[in-house]
Design a protein around this ligand. Structure first.
Ligand SMILES: Cc1ncc(COP(=O)(O)O)c(C=O)c1O
Length: 435
């Protein structure tokens, strides 16, 4: 064990040195919670990344990993996609920040109006949270109501994060104005709309998280929104371009009033959009949604390039193939190791999430050891995969080989009841604690 710990210290030496420095300079030691040390077994995991290319990332110690979180989802085309990089480089030649609007923002807006049949107006943000917050404010303005019903994750701002366990700093008055509802349960949504009759401004939801909508569910949500006069917002920050080029509308045929896209739109360059019906969107002429970097040209250049690639290359077929191989292979391994009671996998080929349970630590000990063993074999994952156009079947085979080993360690630890001894780093933390 001492030997192993020493080897780990050497493997992650630079990361741990940077972490010690960051403790003095950066609260949480990271800018984004899901990128932070809390999500990896600290001491047995890299903490800082140095560079990336295609489907790979190198940590601060120079070790290469197959990258499955891919920047938390944006890198649908892979790191350093040549078309996106070329578009960014081209834009750099003519300026990136102006004090007037540009033809480029008009061109991207017109393209998105053509891209989504239900979209008549477009506004840009930088993060997904910008788009969801603007959707909520516009919906409140046009309906004259305050209540928001939500389903899924929608970003860091008060209106949403107050519904979670990471709600420190959100006033009680604000928390009371948003209520979460469970997915695939139209009856519950109907009951909430009745409870808040005449007060619900918007129903905002991820049209699909990691579970397929039950037949007729999204149609029923659409009907309920109409019946109660609420604005229906699809938050497509994940589904956007991963389930269909037109997102949930393209896949399920249900049109929201508004939709929010982010992540994959810029393939890593920050840009998000709020789009939808003129009857709601036009409120944004008055409703304040404005910030210095609105219309940022690097984001626009990247988004245009992403749409070009999506239009001309079989991106989603490739991602579905790679992701499908990964899902099937993982499920087969879990059952071969007799771990089906402890480990599950939900989602779709382009985004899927593991669940761990049954070790007395809410599954987090199993998850931590699984990550630790994957990392030791060159796989970066926090228990979920966001496959990209840059990944290939060889990456999948190497990942499954590493997972075979990792699952073996878990099966042995469970059989001999010594799981805790097998964790060489610290246990990972939940994103949102269970109440
Ligand atoms: C579905 C969904 N909506 C909104 C957001 C917020 O986006 P951002 O973190 O870019 O503000 C996220 C981020 O993960 C998301 O997954």
């Amino acid at each position: 064990m001492v030997d192993k710990t020493n080897r780990l210290e050497a493997r992650y030496a630079r990361s741990l040195e940077l972490l010690a420095r960051a403790e003095k300079a950066i609260p949480l030691q990271a800018q984004t919670f899901s990128k932070s040390w809390t999500q990896y077994p600290r001491g047995a995991a890299p903490v800082f990344a140095a560079r990336a290319d295609g489907g790979y990332v190198w940590d601060a110690d120079g070790t290469q990993y197959i990258d499955w979180p891919m920047g938390l989802g944006p890198l649908l085309l892979g790191h350093n996609h040549p078309s996106v990089n070329a578009a960014i480089a081209e834009q750099l030649k003519s300026g990136i920040a102006f004090s007037l609007p540009t033809e480029a923002e008009l061109a991207l807006s017109e393209r998105l109006v053509d891209w989504f049949p239900y979209a008549e107006r477009i506004r840009f943000g930088k993060n997904g949270s910008d788009a969801t917050a603007a959707a909520v404010r516009a919906a409140r303005a046009v309906t004259g109501r305050d209540m928001i019903l939500c389903c899924g994750y929608h970003g860091w701002q008060d209106w949403f994060i107050g519904t979670t366990t990471r709600d420190a700093g959100v006033p009680e008055e604000v928390k009371r104005l948003t209520e979460a509802f469970p997915y695939n349960d139209a009856e519950r949504l109907g009951a909430l709309l009745d409870k808040h009759a005449g007060a619900v401004a918007a129903i905002i939801m991820e049209p699909m998280g990691v579970i397929e909508p039950a037949p007729g569910y999204l149609e029923e949500v659409r009907r309920l929104a109409d019946r109660h006069g609420a604005v229906l917002v699809f938050d497509e920050c994940w589904t956007g371009f991963r389930i269909h080029p037109q997102g949930a509308y393209g896949r399920f045929g249900v049109a929201p009033d508004l939709a929010c896209f982010g992540k994959a739109l810029g393939n890593g360059v920050p840009i998000s959009v709020l789009l939808g019906k003129a009857s709601v969107m036009d409120a944004l002429s008055e409703v304040f949604f404005s910030f210095t970097f609105g219309g940022d040209l690097l984001g626009i250049a990247a988004a245009m390039a992403v749409l070009d690639v999506l239009e001309s290359e079989p991106v989603l077929d490739h991602v579905a193939g790679i992701g499908g191989e990964l899902m099937t292979g993982f499920r087969d391994l879990v059952s071969a190791h007799g771990l089906s009671d402890h480990i599950g996998l939900d989602g779709y080929p382009a985004r899927h999430v593991m669940s761990f349970k049954g070790d007395g630590h809410d599954g987090l000990l199993l998850k931590s050891i699984f990550q630790q063993e994957g990392l030791a074999r060159g796989i970066l994952s926090a228990g979920w995969h966001a496959p990209s156009y840059a990944h290939n079947s060889d990456d999948v085979s190497r990942t499954l080989e590493a997972y075979d080993n990792a699952l073996d360690v878990l099966a042995q630890g469970l059989a001999s009841n010594d799981l805790a001894d097998r964790l060489l780093g610290e246990m990972v933390q939940p994103v949102f604690r269970r109440p």
